[in-house]
Write a protein that binds this ligand. Structure first.
Ligand SMILES: C[S@@+](CC[C@H](N)C(=O)[O-])C[C@H]1O[C@@H](n2cnc3c(N)ncnc32)[C@H](O)[C@@H]1O
Length: 283
């Protein structure tokens, strides 16, 4: 075995892990999960919680001014793009999913944002010369790195960035991944693989000669269900249940593994996350 890590192509490690992830589990691509307007709306409503605390935290750490031009890749329903647009000159948002685009367009109208342009494409389908008007002072991709070729995705970000790039992503296996890896084989007879995490992302960047700053934090969230039946109903879609036998397996698993408090079932949806950023002019 060759143990020289310099010989490892980390971009290929990311691609391999992303493909394994997409071929396993409920086989939904990162972008296609959000095709349904209802799911997109739920995501938007979640982002409004605690007076948009998550967006406020993100924005407080962005290097922006009223003159900044920002590129938001995988903008979703505008959870970051809309509040950012209030503080900068212009936001270009890239978003491919039908449901997210619909909710985003509703939000642009509701919040009367006249400084956001929306490009309805996947990042990997963007022609950086033709579709974009670089250079952007800030490029941000927040939980949207569903790109199989991450190295090319970052090269394209570098091609249009004149200031800082911010990537938000997952740092390590969270409890949802654990449930999936444990349950999926029991339900469907095949393995489940998690997405590639920040360890691989950091190695890709390092191999590209980028030495970014990183901050790891926990995003606390839990879902509370009044009964086991409600937990099974709400989670059955995630696990692509097709028959009663699978429902029983899920029921037994949740009964055994969910925390119980005063008769309610608590699903821990907390995630370890990472903020990665660097100045493209000084790295
Ligand atoms: C979890 S949402 C995050 C939305 C927003 N960035 C935020 O932090 O609130 C992920 C978004 O990334 C988008 N996405 C996934 N893969 C993408 C790709 N290859 N190119 C562009 N957007 C992508 C999805 O459609 C989805 O809207």
């Amino acid at each position: 075995m060759d143990l020289n890590y310099r010989n490892i192509d980390w971009g290929s490690v990311w691609t391999d892990q992303m493909n394994k992830h997409l071929d396993s589990g409920n086989k939904k691509e990162c972008a296609s999960v959000w095709e349904e307007k209802e799911s997109a709306k739920r995501f938007w409503e979640m982002s409004l919680r605690d007076e948009q605390k998550r967006a406020r935290d993100v924005i407080s750490k962005l290097y922006i001014s009223p003159e900044s031009r920002v590129l938001d890749i995988g903008a979703g329903p505008g959870s970051l793009a809309i509040p950012i647009s209030e503080k900068v000159k212009h936001v270009t948002a890239v978003e491919p999913s039908k449901g997210m685009i619909e909710v985003f367009e509703d939000n642009i109208a509701e919040y009367k944002c006249d400084n956001i342009s929306l490009i309805k494409k996947r990042w990997e389908d963007i022609d950086v010369e033709k579709d974009l008007d670089g250079n952007y002072d800030v490029v941000i991709a927040s939980f949207s790195l569903g790109m199989p070729d991450i190295r090319k995705a970052i090269e394209d970000m570098l091609a249009v960035a004149s200031g800082r790039i911010y990537l938000y992503w997952f740092a390590g296996i969270n409890s949802r991944d654990e449930h999936f890896m444990e349950l999926w084989p029991r339900l469907h007879g095949t393995e489940s693989y998690s997405k590639p995490h920040s360890d691989i992302l950091y190695s890709v960047l390092y191999q590209m000669g980028i030495h970014p700053n990183m901050e790891v934090f926990t995003f606390e969230r839990s879902e509370i269900y009044e009964s086991l039946e409600e937990a099974v109903d709400k989670l059955s879609d995630n696990f692509s249940l097709e028959n009663d036998h699978q429902r029983t397996i899920l029921e037994e698993y949740l009964e055994e593994n969910l925390k119980k408090e005063n008769g309610s079932y608590i699903y821990d949806a907390s995630t370890r996350r990472v903020r990665i950023w660097w100045d493209t002019q000084n790295n």
